[in-house]
Write a protein that binds this ligand. Sequence first.
Ligand code: NAD
Length: 542
Amino acid sequence: MSPINITTSAGNRAAIAPATAPGSASGATAFKVDSPYVRYTDGAIESDYLYDTTIVSRDTETGQLRAKPTKVHYQFQTKTSVGRVGLMLVGWGGNNGSTVTAAILANRLGISWETRKGTQEPNYFGSVMMASTVKLGVDENLRDVYVPFNEVVPMAHPNDIVIGGWDINSLNIGEAMRRAQVFPVDFQRRVYDELKTLKPLPSVYYPDFIAANQEERANNVLGGTKQEHLEKLRKDIREFKQTNSLDRVIVMWTANTERYADIIAGVNDTADNLLQAIASGHAEVSPSTLFAVASILEGAPFVNGSPQNTLVPGAIELAERERSFVGGDDFKSGQTKIKSVLAEFLVNAGIKPLAITSYNHLGNNDGRNLSAPAQFRSKEISKSSVVDDMVGANNILYKKGEHPDHTIVIKYVPSVGDSKRALDEYVSEIFMGGLNTISLYNTCEDSLLASPLIIDLFMMTELMTRVTYRVKTDADAVEPQWQPFHSVLSILSYMLKAPVVAPNTPVVNALAKQRMAMENIMRAFVGLPPNNEMLLEHKAFH
Ligand code: NAD
């Protein structure tokens, strides 16, 4: 396999064309913080941060709630050197895999192409990190100052990512891009020669987990036992890292949706049982879980971009034990993203959604795979929990246990190809028993929505590998140890339909809250207070 090596610092490609992407190279930041609570040391940014929170309790005698403002003293340390970073995609030859690879190549080399409307330049639109901004503060005239999201703290630039991966289909990435029919033909011509040299590694194929209609693609598969597969995948990750002189590798599942794995006591419920189940070749260990375990054991963060329950309890326990990172599930690209905005708006406006009915049809290979009932079921589950937290947060509209009707239908219609159609109807109860119906029709190029999410997940995950924290108290006799964040990266939730969170912690689906969490946690890393929209400076007399 030859990975796509698109570094800025070395290699002959750097000389071919300058990067034209917005932002600059890996590690660039837009500002320095002037504060006694922030230290720029050799190789790191250290911040002291008071985390303001409110602890609520109920008076046992009167039943009244009591709210107590509380401060927790965190220290964060963010290593500033991004180094050389790699991304290994499982399902590299799929629509998402080939699209994100071609797009990064075009951005890196500044490849433009002709369309009916004229010349199109490459960009990173749709990536929250690369194409959106956050408010840094206000200037001396009280005007807002915004900076690129990826320049709040040092982050990897997508142009610098070394990409490789696996696929059960042997097609090179040039041909895979053609098969995907996502990009216009002039674009395909301009990147084809580069991409045709890239060949996916053979992968693990257990036919029981993906739809039977995928069988004809499976011509690049590993023989041997499950244990041998695990060892081979671990070796692949190690070799990729070594051959490309990488400091870190992140593994991401963008392969077909699998059926749910049964959670069986003694098989995948604990870390040891899962390892034992792999060793004994238990049928209920899916390919995606095998990739997760291989990544965890290699210390490579693993992110699941598909809906199935890859991160079984045993995998999460293993990640915790190994202090390795995992994240998932299912890229939140189109319909669900809108749902996580609209449902929040309705419920927070005091309007009560009674029924949310969602139809999809799509004609790409993902749609073909999802036309099988067991794989559709995985998608249905991942799409269905998206309004739970919003409903649960409003006990005026919803009684305990009450929930809006929520129906999801997905159909495979080959002729629409990658251009997915989503039709949604929201029926809500308004004032005095009235009804309001909102109907949405959304046409979106599926892989062009999902690919920037792969980039954002990569960038955020990579950042978290360089951050450590400690909590300080007045009672500390010795300095507490720096430690990494929890293994389950819930900070990735913005990009994911059914966020996996650490055991016994709440899931947040509301998009605005998810973005706020990323923004304010990154601000905390450089000792800045959380952004809020109080705008007191504009509301008070000066
Ligand atoms: P795709 O069918 O075009 O690509 C999947 C690729 O995975 C194929 O090339 C296939 O050969 C390969 N594959 C299957 N099993 C494999 C295995 N065990 N190991 C290695 N490779 C394997 O699908 P896509 O459109 O690229 O979507 C990929 C995944 O992302 C799907 O599960 C989809 O549900 C999920 N997803 C996509 C979107 C989106 O495109 N908007 C949004 C959310 C989630």
